[in-house]
Design a protein around this ligand. Structure first.
Ligand SMILES: NC(=O)C1=CN([C@@H]2O[C@H](COP(=O)(O)OP(=O)(O)OC[C@H]3O[C@@H](n4cnc5c(N)ncnc54)[C@H](O)[C@@H]3O)[C@@H](O)[C@H]2O)C=CC1
Ligand SMILES: O=C(O)C1=NCCCC1
Length: 284
């Protein structure tokens, strides 16, 4: 999955790539409609993803996603499939690509803020690239941080503050449902790399504006970031590059500087992942 996402980050510009959200007013939460046609990948698909942060406290999934894949030749429906696993894996794979280019290659300390699905998939994906000696986890409840820490094993520790989790970290992942900044510049080690994955609405933030402005800022899609990311819009931070531009060599990877990858998720990541699933089914 990670190796496939490299290519997608480069070729996404031939696709419809926005996450178009329709607000479900009664709860103030959202249904994201993510359509994509990629001529390069010859795939036509759409994901429907409901995201209801308050489901967490009810013991229900906070994201519920379904993918529909169509035949681009005639529009007929080829498959309907679960979109939750794909969302977890492809999001972490995109962060892994960014981290491979933008983090210090000798990174040993990982901090994860949030302890849900993305926390798990990010730990899994990043561990394929780095040998972490320390994984520090902070979440809204110590209980959820401890649960994830136990799953990971002896390298992991549940922390009682964001500061404690991130102060030694080479790589930081923010995967919360916060609408206000949780990660502040003053706690971040110079040269660290941050994958900022939550705060996917124009008025939501996870990252301190000083950290956004004081880092070299990379995004998955420039247009998506300018339209959907509160961290980018409200801080007025300048986007240096799309990660795809780093992968294809047109923009520099400043891995010795403090870097932020602002991820919003792109429909093409889901579409090609769904195609991979269908291809795998055909060969089994
Ligand atoms: N960029 C992308 O492509 C994608 C981004 N996301 C976003 O990633 C974030 C995490 O998603 P999931 O892991 O699926 O959600 P989840 O509901 O499984 O986990 C969220 C975690 O964050 C914790 N949390 C919530 N508010 C917090 C706060 N203020 N401080 C610290 N911890 C807090 C919760 O306790 C929980 O452990 C969400 O914002 C989601 O919308 C999700 C899918 C794709
Ligand atoms: O890319 C996605 O899928 C999502 N992005 C932001 C929040 C909901 C799902």
């Amino acid at each position: 999955m990670i190796s496939y996402i490299y290519m997608i980050l480069i070729y996404h510009n031939d696709c419809i790539k926005y996450l178009t959200t329709v607000a479900i007013k009664i709860n103030l939460w959202f249904l994201g409609v993510m359509p994509c046609f990629s001529a390069h990948e010859h795939v036509l698909a759409t994901k429907l993803v409901a995201f209801y942060p308050t489901n967490y406290d009810k013991g229900l999934p906070t994201h519920m996603a379904t993918l529909m894949v169509f035949d681009p030749e005639n529009g007929s429906l080829k498959a309907i499939m679960d979109g939750e696993v794909i969302t977890n894996l492809r999001t972490a794979a995109a962060s892994a690509v960014a981290t491979k280019y933008l983090a210090n290659p000798k990174s040993q300390v990982l901090a994860i803020i949030g302890a849900g699905h993305q926390a798990r998939s990010h730990h899994q994906a990043l561990s394929t690239l780095f040998n972490f000696t320390e994984v520090n986890i902070y979440s809204r409840t110590l209980e959820s941080a401890e649960k994830l820490s136990q799953e990971i094993g002896s390298t992991a520790k549940a922390c009682s503050s964001v500061e404690e989790a991130v102060k030694r970290a080479d790589i930081i992942v923010t995967v919360t449902f916060s609408k206000v900044p949780v990660l502040f510049a003053k706690w971040v080690k110079p040269g660290a790399h941050v994958n900022a994955v939550g705060a996917c609405r124009p008025d939501w933030q996870e990252i301190d504006p000083d950290l956004m402005r004081g880092s070299v800022l990379y995004v998955d899609s420039r247009e998506g970031a300018m339209k959907e990311s509160g961290d980018v819009i409200l801080s007025k931070a300048e986007v240096y590059a799309e990660v795809g531009e780093v992968v294809n060599g047109t923009k520099e990877a400043f891995c010795e500087k403090t870097t932020v990858f602002k991820s919003l998720g792109m429909a093409v990541e889901d579409a090609v992942s769904a195609n991979l699933v269908l291809a795998k089914l055909r060969t089994t």
